[in-house]
Design a protein around this ligand. Sequence first.
Ligand SMILES: *[C@@H]1O[C@H](CO)[C@@H](O)[C@H](O)[C@H]1NC(C)=O
Ligand SMILES: *[C@@H]1O[C@H](CO)[C@@H](O)[C@H](O)[C@H]1NC(C)=O
Length: 132
Amino acid sequence: MHSFCTKNALIGVLFIYQVTACDITATLTSQTFHEIFAQFTFHNNTKSPIYHFDEDGKTENVHITGMFCNMKPTKLDVYSISPTATTKPNGTSQAFIEGFGYVNYVLLSDGVFMGMKAGIACAAGDCGASRG
Ligand SMILES: *[C@@H]1O[C@H](CO)[C@@H](O)[C@H](O)[C@H]1NC(C)=O
Ligand SMILES: *[C@@H]1O[C@H](CO)[C@@H](O)[C@H](O)[C@H]1NC(C)=O
């Protein structure tokens, strides 16, 4: 009886881990000649550093990991001026994401959107044109 309960608890923990954990490489790619700035607000409410883009095609890689990545949305804001705490973003991409894989964000001076992705489950937001 005792070991039966322990085994069920263990299966429960493994199930939650599989469903909600994430290890995601996000690639941010500027597609504008304008100077732009981008910042993530992660699922755990912390913010990334502010990434600075000053040429078309410049990319930055951001690693997103965690246990409960889809409890809160992952948000990416883009700015045309160096942002302070009160600066309004010129564009935002926000969605609940989780999984083990890769996602690309395309940054413009007046917007940001999710591009290609692989291995990522995405819901309730900007999830790009393709599913999966
Ligand atoms: C929040 O998540 C980000 C992205 O995975 C990670 O870099 C950061 O260390 C986390 N912060 C805390 C306090 O767990
Ligand atoms: C971005 O937002 C700032 C401040 O709200 C505004 O002055 C600027 O014109 C916007 N830039 C673009 C490209 O929309």
